[in-house]
Design a protein around this ligand. Sequence first.
Ligand SMILES: C[S@@+](CC[C@H](N)C(=O)[O-])C[C@H]1O[C@@H](n2cnc3c(N)ncnc32)[C@H](O)[C@@H]1O
Length: 267
Amino acid sequence: MGLPTAASVADLAVAARTLALRALSPLERALGARGGPGGAPLPPLWLRRHAGPVRAFRPSAEQALALLDRLGLVRPGLRVLDFGCGPGSLVPLLSGRLGPDGAYLGLDLHAASIHWCREAFAGDPRLRFERLEPAASRPWPAAADAWDLVLAKSVFTHLLEEEARAALAEIRRALAPGGRAVVTAFLFDGATFAGRPLPWFPCPDAHAEVRWRRAARPTAAVAWARESFAALAGASGLEEERFVAGFHPGGAAPPAGQDTLVLRPSD
Ligand SMILES: C[S@@+](CC[C@H](N)C(=O)[O-])C[C@H]1O[C@@H](n2cnc3c(N)ncnc32)[C@H](O)[C@@H]1O
């Protein structure tokens, strides 16, 4: 057996954190962790951490819903596909807005999140959750041309080029005519930063159009040159309709989540 690599040490650190939070989760429940608005179920601590900083679990979902509202993208009867849904942070807020004829499908690689969502939201027949198999699960288990709104909140921040390309193609396949995709990402100005380091995304180098924060775990946080992301989306038949600037790690106080793109079919 060889020496552990930086990548295996980083993976071990995440696994150890998950174990510690799993051990603490029953304690949190015993101490009376409260559910969401209207008694909406709250995922255990370790699953909330899987979706990002624990303290941001609800505020970040509320911010996202507020932005969708500002953009006029939520209405009764909506069919929503949530790519990388995690433990369903958006579900309690969104499901209250879909009306009786709306539908929601959450997709994620993370089996435990999907399992939890299925149990927690089992009483609502409008909601479905499917696990994606790593790399192999394309096409997604989602009907083509069928979804009015495809969400990908804080997912492209974890995808490198090949996965991102495949996901954009699936988003395009899933979108109904007139539908929109709302995708968050860390985007930087490729022209400004050509040959210049991005302090919070130093890897692999200052010339890359896709950069990441930690050499040992590239998918922990990925940033894209905005032009490159647009080109990748364009190659899948998606074009930018709107851009809402967000915060970046290391940037000023985060008022509004990650950069957000509204994409629409270009053909
Ligand atoms: C930062 S969390 C965001 C979760 C949720 N969208 C939210 O905002 O609360 C990223 C999620 O994307 C999922 N994910 C990462 N790569 C993925 C992939 N290739 N396919 C599907 N899900 C993925 C992770 O399992 C995780 O649940």
